[in-house]
Design a protein around this ligand. Sequence first.
Ligand SMILES: [Zn+2]
Length: 170
Amino acid sequence: MFLKAEDRKTIKDLAAKIRNEYNLTSLPIDIAKILNDKNIKFFTANLDNINGYELSGLIEKKDNGEIRIIVNNQHQDTRNVFTVAHELGHYFLGDLNGKKRVVSLRGGSKNKKERAADFFAAELLMPEDLIRETIEKLFFPTLQEMANKFRVSRAAMKYRLDFLGVPYYG
Ligand SMILES: [Zn+2]
């Protein structure tokens, strides 16, 4: 994690505020509520080769003001939930201001805005309080059980638990 502590704090507080505003307190976090309220349209498409780049997703503002999120239909559903949350990160962090489009490449080295959007997505979908509460409830859950509960990929959950210093099995 290469974001500064103060940046992480800002993003964590923003994600908490949004979860609070939309009453996103139970699992899995239903980000469709945010899309509906903000009137953000959601699409899937094959984004495996866009001018030679493999994209996870993108967010764009059309000339008529409509905002769309498009995710790669070649990727797993759980991965795409994270991508939608990531694109919402770009939206709430103001990355779309004055721009038509922000694209998110799959993997590779990530600039600060990409890392910030990833962190926002993790905070939105896997908030620390719900992680700790769920671990206690399930009593020694496996990584896969945790991933299922939060409807995220195993990789995303592993990354999150490692970041939080929470132990897990499997
Ligand atoms: Zn991105």
